[in-house]
Design a binder for this molecule. Structure first.
Ligand SMILES: NC(=O)c1ccc[n+]([C@@H]2O[C@H](COP(=O)([O-])OP(=O)(O)OC[C@H]3O[C@@H](n4cnc5c(N)ncnc54)[C@H](OP(=O)(O)O)[C@@H]3O)[C@@H](O)[C@H]2O)c1
Length: 302
């Protein structure tokens, strides 16, 4: 009989990959407030009683708490709401998984670091700057201090979800291309490590399989900048002669992107390397795979 996983907040970018990667070997119950797939069932994980009841009745072997508010500007302007969604609900997840004596998976973020140096491994102390980063870090710390058995996997700049669900950097670049922009302005003073949702899901699956509980940075290989990622998108799509990518500094976008962002949020997968389970591929390879899979130009997806 297959082991069972309850996934809370599975309707987003990461949930799409988790569903496809885990459904092969596990029985899943996937929930969200946004029912954008037929395989999703309704659960608002902020409703503690409902969360308890839904998980208890499914009797899973693992609880995955994936969902969060991920729009940094929304979080900056809606502090209380953000803590309820990104921090308080994670406390419920810890309580539920402890009661059932099952491991908990929590997804954290590279954004909890302050950019005071270039790279961060698991031995570095987080110093979150904005509301989103704080809400995610407080939850991460709560899991570490209170969960009996947990996996915390930290992602970087998320790539995934496809045209329907991708609301992050890649989709913002593609939307400008779609609009017919001949010049795209991109910051070159923000460094990070892209993270393909499928690599992230596969690597998590291996950790689960071998019961390697603990804290893991889990990002694609090779550091980069937003500018370099945008250039690579244009190159992969063969648009180098048609679209110019122009470097700007972050203050160029200070009105639109007013939430604090560290100058560097490059993660090093030190704990994965230690146990020889770093399966994350280079970001350029995964970006190409992502664009070819979901945004095939011949199919007029962009
Ligand atoms: N995206 C990134 O760049 C990034 C980077 C590092 C770490 N992470 C972390 O990775 C995890 C997955 O993020 P993602 O990229 O998949 O984000 P996403 O695409 O925004 O998906 C998150 C999902 O959670 C749902 N959700 C929000 N509040 C909920 C609630 N009260 N009950 C149930 N579901 C709720 C969202 O619904 P709505 O859309 O209706 O709000 C959305 O479907 C999050 O924990 C995030 O913090 C993300």
């Amino acid at each position: 009989m297959k082991e069972k996983i309850f996934i809370a907040g599975a309707g987003g970018m990461l949930g799409e990959a988790f569903y496809n990667v885990f459904k092969i070997n596990y029985e899943l119950k996937c929930t969200d407030i946004d029912l954008n797939e037929q395989w999703l069932e309704l659960l608002d994980f902020r409703k503690k009683k409902n969360y308890f009841e839904e998980v208890n009745s499914f009797k899973p072997d693992y609880l995955f708490h994936l969902g969060a508010y991920t729009d940094l500007e929304y979080c900056e302007q809606n502090e209380e709401d953000t803590y309820l969604t990104n921090t308080e609900s994670v406390k419920y997840a810890v309580e539920i998984s402890n009661n059932l004596n099952i491991p908990l998976l929590y997804i954290s973020t590279a954004g909890i670091f302050d950019g005071s140096k270039e790279t961060f491994d698991e031995s570095d102390s987080p110093n979150p700057q904005g509301i989103y980063a704080k809400s995610k870090f407080f939850a991460e710390r709560f899991v570490q201090e209170n969960s009996k058995k947990y996996l915390i996997c930290r992602a970087g700049w998320m790539m995934g979800g496809g045209p329907k669900k991708d609301k992050k950097f890649i989709s913002k670049i593609l939307k400008q291309i779609e609009k017919g922009s001949k010049e795209i302005f991109v910051v070159d003073d923000k460094l990070g490590t892209p993270t393909y949702t499928y690599d992230f899901a596969y690597n998590t699956k291996q950790l689960l399989k071998f019961k390697k509980w603990g804290l893991y940075n889990m990002v694609c290989q090779n550091k980069t900048s937003r500018y370099e990622v945008a250039k690579e998108v244009i190159k992969i799509l063969n648009l180098e002669n048609k679209i110019k990518v122009t470097k700007v500094k972050s203050d160029y976008f200070s009105k639109t992107y007013f939430a604090p962002r560290p100058s560097s949020e490059i993660l090093i997968n030190k704990n994965l390397a230690k146990i020889k389970m770093d399966m994350m591929r280079s970001w350029k390879i995964t970006l190409k795979e992502y664009l070819n899979t979901y945004f095939n130009r011949e199919n007029n997806a962009i």
